[in-house]
Design a protein. Structure first.
Length: 342
């Protein structure tokens, strides 16, 4: 226990673990996106109007590929590192470090596709990273933690569930980059709850407030598993709808914002935070969100979808008639695939 307390006195260890976790998450996103799009759309060509989600059979097929499995292993490693970081430092310090996964994912995709990012992508990444960096530096100075109350965990779980359902419904009803962003945001909100519950369980156990097999801890673990499954499904659907950098950006920006807010509700991490600091956090979070929108709307995948939609005469972010998407645009995608194979 003395070793644990000494580690907790040095948040740099937690920040280092969280940074390594970000590298793992970026690699996992690129690998799983590659596997999912290969199974969802032959040749990786996506119908810009399609609202067809990733089917269970498609997900099962993708999950059998070495790339997806390696991505899962990286994600599991990242989750383990992230969980260790959450034991050593408050949510408001650990969570925002994950935004490092955004530029890492961009660099990985650049190397894989041999193309440079557009100016809009660069601006989006810079805004997202800057916003979250300001967020973490501002939050770190006033973060404290207390064990979570059972009623607070139940209320937070119910509110998060409603928010996740709302984003999932929005994403499944739209197409293009809006679909990708909405689904990834829903997954990020669910993962924010996962992080908050991880931190809550660690606080309950390490402070002696509850035993490992107590009802409070078991309930929190049950909610954690449910949120993890829901978030994982939404993220896989987002991979089928857009680029991995966009999905990673949504997750690493929305996740810390949600987790910090839940940290305030569950653990009282913002009980001593002045109003001025909260205003700074709000501005930083807004800057990060603007960065995500810029990245999503200016990404080459989104631009290609909009160009294809303009040729078809249908807005890229609005649902298109099934017949149109399957005949004109769908046949165009198949022709592109045949030419690509040749």
């Amino acid at each position: 226990m003395n070793t644990l307390h000494q580690a907790m006195a040095h948040p740099g260890i937690a920040i280092g673990l969280a940074a390594l976790a970000a590298v793992c998450f970026a690699g996992a996103a690129v690998l799983q996106h590659r596997a999912v799009t290969a199974e969802h759309t032959p040749g990786g060509h996506v119908d810009p109007h399609s609202r067809d989600g990733l089917t269970r059979a498609g997900l099962v097929a993708a999950a059998r590929t070495p790339g997806w499995l390696f991505g899962l292993a990286l994600a599991a490693g990242g989750t383990t590192l992230h969980a260790l970081a959450l034991v050593l430092a408050p949510l408001s310090v650990v969570q925002p470090i994950g935004v490092l996964a955004v530029p890492i994912a961009v660099l990985i995709s650049m190397r894989r596709t041999h193309r440079r990012p557009t100016a809009g992508v660069v601006v989006g990444v810079v805004l997202a990273v800057t916003g979250v960096a300001v967020f973490v530096l501002t939050a770190a100075g006033s973060a404290t933690s207390t064990p979570a109350a059972d009623s607070a965990m139940a209320l937070a779980g119910a509110v998060v569930a409603l928010v996740v359902v709302a984003f999932a419904a929005l994403g499944l009803a739209r197409s293009g980059w809006v679909r990708c962003v909405a689904l990834a945001t829903g997954g990020a909100v669910a993962f924010g709850l996962v992080s908050a519950l991880m931190r809550a369980v660690s606080q309950l156990v390490t402070t002696g407030a509850s035993a490992i097999i107590s009802p409070a801890v078991l309930t929190a673990l049950g909610g954690l598993v449910a949120a993890l499954l829901a978030g994982g499904w939404l993220v896989q659907q987002a991979f089928a709808a857009g680029a991995p950098e966009v999905v990673v950006a949504c997750m690493t920006v929305v996740d810390p914002i949600v987790a910090v807010l839940l940290g305030v509700v569950l653990l009282g991490e913002g009980a001593s935070t002045p109003v001025v600091i909260w205003l700074q956090l709000l501005v930083a979070a807004g800057l990060a969100v603007v960065g995500v929108v810029a990245l999503a709307s200016h990404h080459p995948d989104a631009l290609a979808r909009r160009e294809a939609a303009a040729l078809a005469g249908v807005p890229a972010t609005r649902p298109a008639p099934r017949s149109a998407s399957r005949s004109s645009v769908g046949s165009g995608s198949r022709r592109e695939h045949v030419l690509h194979r040749r």
